[in-house]
Design a protein around this ligand. Structure first.
Ligand code: PLP
Length: 388
């Protein structure tokens, strides 16, 4: 098979391309501004003020205080800091979570469980990735003062959870609530004055900003122990010189996303529903992994099973045809263990190996979707069976 002359990128939940305006904005911090933001001289102060401006921009969009934002190297570090830091600082002995959180959460929870620091309740999930609130409430009642870690939207299947409802239940039982909001930051609005959540996390490369930078929101008054030791940056919560160009770029990117939210999400959900209807027309019995209700599905993600059996080479064949998509999270790519999320919602391995996660970005077009469906029709010749 020869390589395709064009390449289509539909893996934006793994990482979005950086917006050229973000790049332009960051350039001056790299090339023209010397200094360390902790230095007290004029060069340092200029960087400090850029850093604080970024913090104000971000907190403004989230309706929280600038001092509640802690800059990190990305979503993974922010999740680690929230969970480890909260467990250690608050003497937490129990965590409630699910088996379909991102590995930046599950691997931390498992490590704490393995060393005997905590016991864990994993909530049961249905085929759309939902848990039962009655089971959450029972676990909260049995474990007062525990930590709940439930993501805002799943990165593989796009199911969106009701943060307000979860947070209200957590507060009623004296539990701390951490939510990985990496996939919703810049895509869904979040009002932290109204949402009872103690920690949320973000990663700039999921909203057209640079890779390797993110942040953790810690509600004022909630205790966290740092996981990196060194300098006293970020109110002693995250040692290390702040990456000012990346942080400034992240704030710029987030600001742009929220200012253009309606147009952006209309475009993205338009692409999602266009692809879904084209797939339904082209194949009988497309199986959606995740929420069947668009109201609780991320506009950026569509995960479908293209049938069962076969040789499990679908993603490879699409790649050869010039189409970059994924089967699960980029972080498990190459590990050859299949998707823990699809396993967690009960998709049989035979189907899971034919799952494709399409994730959309601002740069994608309907013409690209037409091309992708035409290529899929050529590759997947057998009609798709129901089940899985
Ligand atoms: N959490 C979720 C839901 C993600 O999708 C990702 C990225 O794939 C992360 C955390 C990790 O973020 P980062 O790549 O910035 O470490």
């Amino acid at each position: 098979m020869s390589h395709s002359p064009i390449r289509i990128y539909l893996d934006n939940a793994a990482s979005t391309p950086m917006d050229p305006e973000v790049y332009d904005y960051m350039r001056k911090f790299y090339c023209e501004w010397a200094g360390n933001p902790s230095a007290t001289h004029a060069h340092g102060r200029a960087l400090r003020s850029a850093l604080e401006e970024a913090r104000r921009t971000i907190s403004g969009h989230l309706y929280c205080k600038p001092g509640e934002i802690v800059f990190t190297s990305g979503g993974t570090e922010a999740d680690n800091l929230a969970i480890r830091g909260a467990v250690e600082a608050n003497g937490i002995a129990h965590i409630i979570s699910t088996r379909i959180e991102h590995h930046a959460v599950t691997h931390v929870v498992e490590a704490l469980e393995a060393k005997g620091a905590v016991t864990v309740t994993y909530l049961d999930l249905d085929r759309e990735g939902r848990f039962d609130f009655a089971q959450l409430e029972a676990a909260l009642t049995a474990n007062p003062g525990c930590l709940v870690s439930l993501m805002h939207a799943n990165n593989e299947i796009g199911t969106v959870y009701d943060l307000h409802r979860i947070g209200t239940l957590c507060k009623a039982h004296g539990a701390l609530f951490h939510s990985d909001t990496v996939q919703t930051m810049g895509h869904l609005t979040l009002n932290l004055q109204e949402t009872p959540v103690d920690f949320i996390t973000a990663s700039a490369h999921k909203f057209y900003g640079p890779k390797g930078v993110g942040f953790l929101y810690v509600r004022k008054g909630v205790k966290v122990k740092p996981i990196l030791l060194g300098g006293s940056q970020e109110r002693e919560l995250r040692a290390g010189t702040e990456n000012v160009p990346a942080i400034a770029g992240m704030a710029f990117a987030l600001d742009k996303c929220y200012k253009n939210l309606e147009t952006k999400n209309a475009h993205l959900s338009g692409l999602r529903s266009y692809l879904l209807s084209k797939l339904n027309n082209a194949f009988s019995g497309i199986l959606i992994n995740g929420s069947s209700d668009p109201a609780t599905a991320l506009p950026t993600v569509l995960n479908v099973c293209m049938g069962s059996g076969g040789d499990g080479m679908l993603l490879f064949q699409l790649d050869l045809e010039g189409i970059s998509v994924s089967g699960g999270s980029a972080c498990s790519a190459g590990a050859d263990v299949g998707s823990h999320v699809l396993r967690g919602i009960g998709v049989a391995p035979d189907y899971a190996q034919n799952a494709v996660r399409f994730s959309f970005g601002m740069q994608n077009t309907r013409e690209e979707i037409d091309w992708v469906v035409a290529k899929l029709e050529a590759i997947v010749k057998e009609p798709v069976a129901h089940g899985g």
